[in-house]
Design a protein around this ligand. Structure first.
Ligand code: AMP
Length: 217
């Protein structure tokens, strides 16, 4: 299956992607993860994008489009399908993605829209913690690591993303509303949009989505 995951930051795209990765065995491609890795390794690309990522703004379209183009043309793992998370975030990115995928004959099957509200997003993101090593996701209230600061899955260091603070979350939500809403309309017009209520907990979201996939709604 070839999927695009859409929704505001904190809607649960990463958690859903981890579930679908196990359930459907399709690779997860997250532009946010790729950019953070570049920043961690202090590459020229990492240095270029740091100021955008840390402030909650968007990295310029041409930079992320190139990144996705390279990923799709070089990674044979995506032959079995893919889940794109965090891309496309603008209409320009959506149109360029279609052009790239048409060339490769790997068009998107569905765009899954995780619809979550601002209070829920703030609660989730301010409590979110992530494993630096395996990207497992925790929440300080709902799902804390068994041992503070240590990942249950792999023993890696659990950290808080610097952009998961309330002020930057609000900026990211504004940026999302302005830029990503047109992307939702774009997939709706293509009749590929599958909408899920993402204020619900992750298990309910997963069950609802699997019902949609199985019923073809
Ligand atoms: P995420 O992990 O998806 O929340 O992304 C973290 C940050 O990376 C965003 O706030 C943006 O600064 C940047 N980013 C990730 N994906 C994109 C994209 N498709 N277009 C522009 N910026 C992006």
């Amino acid at each position: 299956m070839r999927l695009v995951l859409l929704g505001p930051p904190g809607a649960g795209k990463g958690t859903l992607a981890a579930f679908l990765n196990k359930e459907l065995n399709i690779p997860h491609v997250s532009t946010g993860d790729i950019l953070r890795e570049e920043m961690k390794n202090n590459t020229p690309l990492g240095q270029e994008v740091k100021k955008y990522v840390e402030s909650g703004g968007l990295v310029p379209d041409e930079v992320v489009i190139k990144l996705i183009e390279n990923k799709f043309s070089s990674d044979s793992a995506i032959d079995k399908g893919y889940m794109l998370d965090g891309f496309p975030r603008t209409e320009v990115q959506a149109k360029n993605l279609d052009a790239i995928l048409n060339n490769l004959n790997k068009q998107v099957d569905y765009a899954v829209y995780l619809n979550a509200s601002l209070p829920v997003v703030i609660e989730r993101l301010t409590g979110r913690r992530i494993c630096r090593n395996c990207s497992a996701i925790f929440h300080m209230k709902n799902n804390p690591p068994k041992e503070e600061g240590i990942c249950n899955e792999c023993g890696g260091e659990v950290y808080q993303r610097p952009d998961d603070n309330e002020e930057t979350i609000k900026t990211r939500m504004d940026v999302y509303l302005e830029n990503t809403k047109p992307v939702i309309d774009y997939y709706e017009a293509q009749e590929k949009l599958k909408k899920v209520d993402a204020d619900k907990d992750s298990q309910e979201v997963q069950e609802n989505l699997m019902k949609i996939f199985n019923g073809g709604r």
